[in-house]
Design a protein around this ligand. Structure first.
Ligand SMILES: Cc1ncc(COP(=O)(O)O)c(C=O)c1O
Length: 450
């Protein structure tokens, strides 16, 4: 889109009267203040966005950790358009289409060994709830139907469906919703005030924190526990990098007690850690992996659950031929347009070697972000790969300062994600050093002003 058409689109958006903003109930937003002072985006290209006034912004969060290859990649746009022109829709129940198999076959080589089966859905939240149901079905199929407790963690974010909300370790995401899945038990988060300002993995207390799972086994009995859900890096709640030895100890305890280890890689997947998945980066292989977001570069909604062969085979072989094995799926599971977007995205990742690029750029990115640690308002900085988080000292209600910061940053030309008083940074994996400098400079100015 040229500058003229940006301005034209911008003026159309500008033309929205206050009353015309009312009918869209915007998610995870304070609707009243947003609608009084809307921040609309009308165009994206590479690592940049344009707002409704035609101002250019740097995208410091890859949209919402989605747009790893940069905005509006023509390869993806063209693949989606061609797919929609040829086959716009077919259900995946008792039918499918070739693109879904093409995608699964492209995805499997990126996954850990023996993780050769992929179930498709439409979001990270659906991937998490699907993983919960697959875990229950797996245990039932092997005669352990009594395993129905799920283990999660404080400060976990596993999406917003009923399953994921039950796993959530965020009070704000739980309060107000009473109809929760029973039998979810939480371990502590890995946030450790004594290891603030750790770049990469904190060095201490990995095994000690992971042994919370042992305590839960001892209280509830291993035979009651279906699965332990872990974000390898707790992303949305502030980028909590696991301490050394933590994931390994969780893996060991899961093996010992036949608990499925589910890694929720919705945010960390597809190069964010400098490897295909955080599982590779940390060298710990889960039984089940959830993913979404960068799978389609954010261009189409899609989520996926990958499982180890043993899980797929146990569930499938527990049923006779001609009987549906997993009574679960969505109208839009493996939607043709989403599959086309994902295939084109995976091709870009491979062709442009974006996972390697992320690994190479990581040191520069992290060092730049860690330069913020000397500002008085900043109380912690954390990061791994191309993902970083920082905390600002709370003033007033928790989260008020974070909210103010994200508004001011947007107005100053930088889009980031904030959660409470934490800021999260995850630029596209195509980002250049000068753009990282630009991002950190805007941050510095606004943090000083806060
Ligand atoms: C680890 C994790 N799981 C699940 C989700 C939910 O994904 P979605 O918003 O696509 O439903 C997110 C979203 O940020 C996430 O970070």
């Amino acid at each position: 889109m040229g500058q003229d058409s940006v301005v034209q689109t911008a003026s159309t958006a500008m033309g929205l009267a206050r009353a015309e903003l009312e009918s869209h109930w915007i998610p995870f937003t304070d609707n009243k203040s947003f609608k009084d002072d809307p921040r609309l985006v009308v165009k994206g290209e590479g690592v940049y966005l344009w707002n409704q006034h035609g101002d250019k912004l740097l995208d410091g969060a890859s949209g919402l950790f989605t747009t790893a290859a940069g905005h509006c990649r023509p390869e993806i746009t063209e693949a989606v358009a061609a797919q929609l022109a040829q086959l716009d829709y077919i259900p995946s129940f008792l039918r499918s289409h070739p693109r879904s198999f093409e995608l699964a076959n492209k995805l499997v080589p990126l996954l850990p060994a023996d993780m050769n089966h992929v179930f498709f859905c439409n979001s990270g939240s659906e991937a998490v709830d699907s993983a919960m149901k697959i875990a229950l079905q797996y245990h039932a199929s092997r005669g352990e139907g009594g395993r129905n407790v799920f283990v999660s963690r404080d400060r976990a974010y596993h999406g917003v469906n009923i399953g994921g909300t039950s796993l959530s370790g965020l009070m704000k995401n739980r309060q107000g919703f009473n109809a929760m899945v029973p039998g979810v038990v939480h371990m502590r988060s890995t946030f450790d005030p004594e290891q603030r300002y750790s770049m990469g993995q904190p060095l201490l207390r990995g095994v000690e924190l992971a042994d919370d799972l042992l305590r839960i086994v001892q209280t509830h009995g291993a035979k009651s526990i279906a699965a332990c859900f872990i974000e390898p890096i707790a992303g949305s709640t502030g980028v909590l990098v696991p301490p050394v030895g933590y994931l390994e100890r969780i893996r060991e305890l899961c093996d010992e007690h036949e608990i499925l280890m589910v890694m929720d890689e919705v945010l960390t997947g597809f190069g964010r850690t400098g490897a295909a998945f955080a599982s590779d980066a940390f060298g710990v292989v889960p039984d089940i992996m959830t993913m979404a977001k960068a799978l389609t570069n954010g261009a189409q909604p899609m989520g996926a659950v990958a499982v180890q062969d043993e899980i797929y085979e146990t569930v499938v072989n527990a049923h006779p031929r001609d009987v549906v094995e997993l009574a679960h799926g969505y109208t839009y599971s493996a939607h043709p347009a989403a599959c086309a977007a994902a295939v084109a995205t995976l091709d870009i990742f491979e062709k442009d070697k974006l996972f390697d690029r992320a690994a190479e750029m990581s040191a520069y990115f992290l060092e730049s972000v860690f330069s913020l640690q000397n500002l008085g308002v900043v109380t912690d900085v954390r990061g791994y790969g191309m993902l970083a988080g920082f905390d600002v000292a709370s003033v007033g209600a928790p989260g008020a300062r974070g909210n103010l910061l994200q508004k001011r940053l947007f107005d100053a030309g930088l889009h980031i994600k904030t959660t409470g008083d934490a800021g999260l940074l995850a630029p596209a994996l195509i980002v250049e050093k000068e753009q990282i400098d630009e991002m950190v400079e805007i941050l510095k100015q606004e943090l000083i002003r806060l």
